[in-house]
Write a protein of this length. Sequence first.
Length: 432
Amino acid sequence: MGIIAQKRLFGWKEIEGLGELQRLRLVLKSLPDRALLRALARERGRGRDDYPVVGMWNALVAGVVYQHPSIESLRRELSRNGQLRWECGLTGVPTSWAFTRFLRKLMKHLDLIEEMFETLVERLSQRLPDLGRHLAHDGKALRSHGRADGSGRRPDGRRERDADVGVKTHKRLKKDGTLYEKVSAWFGFRVHLLVDAAYELPLARRVTKASEAETPISHRMLDHVKARHAGLLGRCETYSADKEFDDGKLLKRLWDEEQIKPVIPLRHMWKNPGETRLVEGQRRVAYNHTGEVFCHSPRSGQPHRMAFGGFEADRKSLKYRCPAMQKGITCSEFDRCRLHQGLRIRLDEDRRIFTPLARNTPGWERAYKRRSAVERVNSRLDESFGFEKHFIRGLRKMTLRVDLALIVMLAMALGRIEARQKEKLRSLVRAA
C-alpha cells in the first residue's frame, strides 16, 4: 500500500466512522503495489505533482472497489465524498485528462500489474492450503461497444482497432436424436479464466481477441500455472470445463502429465448417436458415445448397462461389473462367462470417452457442478465490475481493466482472511 504523508487540520475519522471505506482499506493494505508505484514515481521524476502517484493509484483502485462504471462516475464520487478523497490521499479531484494520462502510463507497466496478480495468488495459496484442489476453466466474451476502424487513420481512442469477431458453435441433441447447431458471434475480446471452484477466486487469466480458440489457450495457461505456482497443480484433483474443451490432447495431458482428473462433457462427434462400438478384445461388451458400457445377452442380444467399479490408476483402467451380479439380471451364460469377475477397460480405448473419473456416475456429476464457480466469477465481472456495458477500447486497455478487477477480487479475499473474516471471502460488497 502506498504511504500517504500530508498535513491536515482534522481527520475525517474524527467526524464519522469509516463505514464503507473499510473495504477500500482491506484492498489497499493487501495490494503488493510497491514496485509499480516506484516505477511510476521514477517516470514522473521532478515534474508537476498536482495529483500524487499514490493518490491517483488509490483512486483508481477505489473506482474498482466501489464498482464505478466509468472514470467520470468515479470523479463525481470523489467530488462529493471528501472522506474518500482523504482515504485515497488526494486534496482535489483529478481531471479527466489526468486519469487518461495515468491509465496510459499504467498500460506501459502491464508486466508489473501481472506480477501483482501472481503475488496475490501465491499469498492466497499459502493462506488457503486447499486452494486449487478443484479447478474450473471457461472463456468469456467481452463485447466491444465501439465501432471497428480499418481506415488506417491515426488512432484517436474512440474506435476499436484491436478487436475482432469471435464465433461459438453449440451442438445440441434433440429429443428425436437428431443434432442441430446454434451459432453465436460477437465483436470484441475474450477473457480466459482458470478459477478455484471452491473459493471462486481467479488463479490464472489471459485476455485475447475474440477469435482466439479456447483449447490452445488452456494449454498455455496450464504451462503458466505450472511454472509460477507448481504447488497449485500438485494439489489439484479435478479440472472442469464445458464441452468446448473436449479435446483428446488436453484430456490426455491432464491425467498423464499432471495427474488431474478431467471433468469435461463430450461433444457429439459420432455421426449416428445410437451407434455402439465393441470394446477391444470383447464380443459382447460395447460402449456408446456418452461413455455407457453395455453387456449384450448371448441369446437375445439385449443390452444391459454394466455398473462402474472404480478406477485403477496403476493400470490406467476403468473397472466395470457384471449386470447379473449387480442388478440381479438372469443370464443363461453366467456360469461360463468371465465377465462376472469384472471387466477392465483401458483409457487408451478412447481417451475422449474414457476418463479417470468415469462419465455417467454420481461422482462425475458432482464434480461437473463445481464448474458453475467460473460462471459466477464471470457474472461478477459483468455485474460488479461493469464489463457488460463498458467504454474500453483496445486490447492493452482491456487487459489492464480486467487485471485491475481480478486483482481487487484477490486482494479483497486476502484482506478478509487477514482480518479474520474468512466467511466473507467471496463478498465484494459486504462491510468489513
